[in-house]
Design a protein around this ligand. Structure first.
Ligand code: ZN
Length: 295
């Protein structure tokens, strides 16, 4: 039976692709109907545990009464499997986390992030907005000088859903050229299928499997911290924001995340092109080479 289950707030993230769901095939309805309130989340939210997952791999679906779910702290496998060309995490058995920071670089927040990362000898990846790179090239230079890697996040923080394809590609390309990187993260995780198809040909699209929620002014900084502590595991790609809006929660959670996972023997590394799926263009070029070699 096909049923309209408004699972995800259309204003947020990729997951809104699931607005219409065949509930006979997809397991989402199960955990929507088993919602339990968690006391540390403000009253107007409830937090729905996924009954299929063990406690240490819980997937948190944050919902508001009478509203659709807003976002997920952990990206469910079913979504990851739908977009296999995107990078959701780095498959590894090593104790390593990949922290990422979106929306900078800006003088108000990025240098503070660099200082904290340095204290823990941690490397990370910064998905930069082209506009900010043009305004603050010296901050981008600091990011690079400390050994972090950089990806692009469009020039004007555009949502793919609200932007004509050609305009979006130009905006992406401009930002990618500014930071000279093949790593790209779409703002809000929002891409139309055609854009996703085009972009994975030319870029290594980096999504995430753990969302800190630092951008959410309705959650406490403690909840933001707990989101990451609970959801991150070996090879996770974790989203933070070096933005003014997220700073209060992010600057609280970040050192505690670093402390917690350092104590458990984790390292923090920057994403490299070699760790990610090749672009579809690279894959095509390689298979052509193979064909020539075997001819
Ligand atoms: Zn962003």
């Amino acid at each position: 039976m096909s049923q309209n289950v408004l699972l995800f707030e259309p204003n947020k993230f990729l997951y809104s692709v699931f607005v219409t769901i065949d509930t006979a095939k997809r397991p989402f309805k199960t955990f929507l109907s088993q919602g339990t309130n968690l006391t540390d989340i403000p009253n107007r939210y409830s937090c729905v545990p996924d009954p299929r997952k063990p406690p240490n791999k819980q997937l948190f679906l944050i919902t508001q009464p009478n509203r659709a779910a807003m976002y997920l702290i952990r990206t469910p496998d079913v979504i990851q499997n739908l977009f296999p060309n995107f990078n959701w995490n780095v498959p590894t058995s090593d104790k390593v986390l990949y922290l990422t920071f979106d929306d900078g670089p800006i003088p108000e927040v990025t240098p503070a992030v660099l200082t904290i990362l340095k204290q823990f000898q941690a490397k990370a990846t910064f998905f930069c907005v082209g506009d900010n790179v043009e305004k603050y090239p010296e901050i981008l230079a600091q990011v690079r000088a400390q050994g972090h890697t950089v990806g692009s996040h469009t020039s004007h923080h555009l949502s793919g859903w609200n932007t004509e394809n050609i305009e979006y590609y130009h905006d992406v390309r401009h930002a990618a050229n500014l930071v000279s990187s093949s790593l790209f993260r779409p703002p809000y995780g929002r891409l139309k299928p055609k854009q996703a198809q085009f972009l994975t040909r030319h870029y290594q699209v980096v999504m995430w499997d753990v969302l800190s929620g630092d951008f959410d002014t309705a959650i406490s900084k403690e909840t933001c911290l707990k989101n990451v502590l609970t959801a991150a595991e070996r090879g996770s790609i974790v989203v933070f924001h070096d933005s003014v809006k997220a700073a209060e929660r992010m600057l609280y959670a970040l050192p505690r995340v670093l402390e917690h996972f350092s104590r458990k023997g984790y390292r923090f590394e920057a994403l490299q092109a070699s760790l990610l799926h090749k672009t579809r263009r690279q894959v095509a070029a390689e298979s052509q080479l193979m064909a020539v070699a075997s001819a």
